[in-house]
Design a protein around this ligand. Sequence first.
Ligand code: BGC
Length: 429
Amino acid sequence: MRRRLSLLAGVAALGLTLAGCGGGGDTPSDNGNAKDATGKVGVFTWWADGSEKAGLDALVGVFNKDFPNVTFDNLAVAGGAGSQAKSVLAAQLKAGNPPDSFQAHAGAELQDYIDADQLEDLSSFYKDNDLSSQFPKDLVDRLTVDGKIYSVPSNIHRANVVWANVEVLKKAGIDPEKPAENLDGWFADMDKIKATGVIPLAVAGSWTQVQLFENVLLSSLGVDGYNGLWDGKTDWKSAEVTTAIKAYEKALSYTNTDRDSLSDWAPATQLVQDGAAAYNVMGDWAEAKFAQDGDKSGVDYTYFPTPGTAGVFDFLADSFTLPKGAPNPAGAKAWLTTIGSAEGQTAFNKVKGSIPANTTAKTDDFSEYQKSAIKDFSQDKIVSSLAHGAAVPVAWLNDLSTAVSKFGGDKNVDGLQSSAAAIAAKFAK
Ligand code: BGC
């Protein structure tokens, strides 16, 4: 753990924690070349529905063209943020029954698989495909663990974005072009919205509440304070964290009361699209949904960094792996070839709402939002998402998610704070 912490400590300086820590791994076996691939390649993701499935389909379109002799086998398990998929995958890996490739979040989540010796080293794959020169050097450095690289990132998503209904804001007398600068200002806007009878803030079940919590922590504590929660430098028991949890309690008070029964992120975003709610804090996969549903940016919806987090890019990336014991490793490498390629990244990210990790991918016809995200990523401070596997290992996230869900019911500030502190202490050992 000390090794993980010391490596995570570099986050504030450089931003990315992409699989940037520790880990084992054997000498890679001779497991075939992409160009010789045939048969079926089973790919495990949680992009099962809606705009996420459309993104996957765009990727598969390029894959089918790149590798006509290989058949894509869609092993997607529904549930946003991998809420169902990750445990299904863990069971398959434990049973020695891995897919050919699976989606994982770059950073601490991926590190779990590396530590468990479940992934093949892809260093020679990177060399063969000249990937290191196509991804930003910082990113490659962060992907490198003891001189080895274990995954190919397909995208970069942002988790600290508010999506808003333009008409609802106007009716409440709020200028859609001038978002609040901090949480207090935002809560004042939410009071105005509440007065018009509309739900101020839409949220759904457990993981979307964790993402909201993460945004409030980031806004309230700032970059260093937020990063410190994961590397032990911020005391979970401090007065600053109490203030942040109280702000989260206030944010929750503006949300839809049926939040726990909304199955996933899309129904919460839909409330904004329908004008039933003003705001939804969601990753920029929401941009893909707005686009897919024909909504127009600036007219139907608008977006801005969560108040108090302007200039900060709360980062996550979906990265693809070659698990040890994959039935068709050559097929997996074929898939990873398309994932890493400029063409694959353009086709996928355009539909997914994210931005390419491959800097040579064309983005000329990307949406206005995506162009702004590309710019922001190049100049903002980068932090790692909690809810999306970048900041902490899966077990830590699971325990904290349970505590955050409980708080949604009992609103016990001391209870959440002491649970979160105990969880951090447990995993920081
Ligand atoms: C993934 C995204 C996905 C989102 C919602 C995130 O964890 O990284 O690709 O769109 O969850 O399912």
